[in-house]
Design a protein around this ligand. Structure first.
Ligand SMILES: C=C1C[C@]23C[C@@]1(O)CC[C@H]2[C@@]12CC[C@H](O)[C@@](C)(C(=O)O1)[C@H]2[C@@H]3C(=O)O
Ligand SMILES: O=C(O)CCC(=O)C(=O)O
Ligand SMILES: [Fe+2]
Length: 337
């Protein structure tokens, strides 16, 4: 995927490009988790203002994260025919360019995994043929650490919102039936495009994440951007040490719109590969998604109808990446639309 032949160049015309209007003056909230008293307020403010923040002193071993990233680099460095043996993504496995099942494409290749240990073990045989046990144990250990971090962040959110009990949100991800996924993304460099037009090549088109929160980490190649509520785009400075946290649609519903699920996108770089590893924390399929009663002020109406995560997920996975998925579930939406 690095050396582009004429057919690959032809494919570029199918992938969106754009000249982004980027806002350089807004800085992304960076929250130090070693100071929990201050962090609770800062996390809530970041979720309200941006739906996005980064955390440091998060407790996830950098050695572990680097080891898993190295495995991802190894896998994505295999020949296309070798990688294809770990596909297609129905629902888990290796995918290239196609994102989801509804016609979205980007300058990306990825591995999508369930967080269920049994399914991780099965997938490891296709992804790391030479040493599946090493891959399985790295993914399992990494997921354990990132889940722990996600639970901590959800408790800080509960503290900041004065939600009682403070495990109200974390139990949704901790539940054995929680419906979470894990994704390893690779955005190969694309020098041809930069040279041809100076435009940016879309790796992952703009979208919101449907789950509760997404917790990710990337290498030091830039590309991730978030949309501010007024619509301008801000680049997220990449680094190896922090984790980024994305408010998903489900958390927007549970906070009755106080938190906004943030629109984000990724551009491919002209010269360097970007790698990212993201845990998407979703609730059990049968969980009802509705505004948390203790957050509702007297007389406040729910912005959304009552629905389960299963219903939302089914609808989301039928949608295109850039669709406003929640609009179908607004209290004012026409029934059956
Ligand atoms: C186009 C799509 C890809 C996606 C499923 C969807 O129909 C709409 C949501 C997309 C998204 C975004 C966050 C995660 O990367 C993801 C795994 C998810 O849960 O929702 C992807 C889905 C995907 O890549 O299949
Ligand atoms: O690769 C990234 O940094 C973000 C990717 C993303 O938004 C996703 O996988 O849903
Ligand atoms: Fe995303």
């Amino acid at each position: 995927m690095v050396v582009l032949s004429q057919p690959s160049l032809d494919q570029l015309s199918l992938i969106k490009t754009c000249k982004p209007a980027t806002n350089f003056s807004t800085s992304i909230p960076l929250i130090d988790l070693s100071k929990p008293a201050a962090a609770a307020k800062l996390v809530v403010k970041a979720c309200q203002d941006f739906g996005f923040f980064k955390v440091i002193n998060h407790g996830v071993s950098m050695e572990l994260a680097n080891k898993l990233e190295t495995e991802a680099v190894k896998f994505f460095g295999l020949s296309q025919s070798e990688k294809n043996k770990a596909g297609p993504v129905k629902p888990f496995g290796y995918g290239s360019k196609a994102i989801g099942q509804n016609g979205d494409i980007g300058w990306i290749e990825y591995i999508l995994l369930s967080t269920d240990p049994k399914l991780v073990a099965q997938a490891s045989f296709n992804i790391a043929k030479e040493n599946p046990e090493n891959f399985r144990s790295l993914v399992t250990d990494y997921l354990e650490a990132v889940k722990k971090l996600s639970y901590e962040i959800l408790e800080l959110i509960a503290d900041g919102l004065e939600l009682k009990p403070r495990n109200t949100l974390r139990t949704l991800l901790e539940d054995e039936e929680s419906d979470s996924v894990f994704r390893l993304n690779h955005y190969p460099p694309c020098p041809e495009l930069q040279a041809l037009s100076g435009e940016n090549l879309v790796g992952f088109g703009e979208h919101t994440d449907p789950q509760i929160i997404s917790v990710g980490r990337s290498n030091t190649t830039s590309g991730l951007q978030i949309s501010l509520q007024e619509g301008t785009w801000v680049s997220v400075p990449p680094d190896h040490h922090s984790f980024f946290v994305i408010v998903g649609d489900s958390l927007q519903v549970m906070t009755n719109g106080r938190f906004k699920s943030v629109k984000h996108r990724v551009f491919a770089d002209g010269t360097k590969s970007r790698y990212s590893m993201i845990y998407f924390g979703g609730p059990p399929l049968k969980s009802k998604l509705n505004a948390l009663p203790s957050l509702m002020k007297a007389g406040e109406q729910s912005l959304y109808k009552e629905f389960t995560w299963e219903e939302y997920k089914k609808s989301a996975f039928k949608s295109r990446l850039g669709d406003d998925r929640l609009s179908l579930f607004e209290a004012s939406a026409i029934a059956g639309r």
